[in-house]
Design a binder for this molecule. Sequence first.
Ligand SMILES: [Zn+2]
Length: 340
Amino acid sequence: MHGTVLHAPGDIRFEEREDPKILKPTDAILRITATCVCGSDLWPYRGVNQIKQPTPIGHEYVGVVEQVGADVRNVKPGQFVVGSFFASDNTCEICLAGYQSRCIQCELSCQGGAQSELIRIPLADGTLVATPEAPDAELIPSLLAASDVLGTGWFGAVAADAGPGKTVVVVGDGAVGLLAILASRELGAERIIAMSRHESRQALAREFGATDIVVERGDEGIARVKELTGGYGAHSVVEAVGTEASMAQAIGCTRPGGHLGFVGVPHGIEVSGGVLFNTELHWHGGPAPVRRFLPDLIDRIWRREINPGRVFDLTLPLAKVADAYRAMDERRAIKAMLVP
Ligand SMILES: [Zn+2]
């Protein structure tokens, strides 16, 4: 088979690799139907995270089960499935509490790199969710979005306690931020303020349910949000970037007693004890337990209630994966879908 391997910063190759095999009786092998490039893939691509050896990459996927190990019961060959970046048993106490991303048996489900033709998924019974039947082609982008960016944006909105009567601020206009807006709307938020200065992203933010757009950043952005919220700040804030500046922005936009949901992978963020203590916020975040939300998200997509696949504004053949990275690195694309 062929798969994507990151050799060095900026050096991404689609190359011949060994076919994955069942290693444990709880594994499954999937034939990838669609995969994509994540904002977090850009960290190693840009050399921010060190690459010690050529590394298979990609962690978002939908596909068809090709083979299962002897102990797999919940999915079978031929089924179309959605998974996410962490494999989880979905039976331990942590999973049952909804934190599958920290499952007691948790491992990365994407060590083989999902930007490939085939992938081995550990703990297949707990990790994969089958769709009712083979999906129509038009649903595939949305199902693919569910495997990470929708699930992550949804967790951000839940962690921020978005809901009826709430004003939500979303910091970050990448795919996760945009889908946190969609999630906030679905959860019933009254007002949703998107912080974005890119026109095409603002348009999608509005389509997903943003009621206000704030283009200012830093102290000016915080002042603008305060102005829009009667001087209080928002009840609920989703941080969907992971930089020090975006976290400071998110903290500054949350009212005392409010909820801050942070789902951007942190790079260089330090929060002092004084800030932790004095802001009086509810802090909740981390790697999203996407698996918790998958059945509900698949259901909403299946009934065509939501169309999160709108975040893909570029589709390329998987063999052109290097072009997809370039387009996202240069911010020419919000998110690139890859089809083998
Ligand atoms: Zn578990």
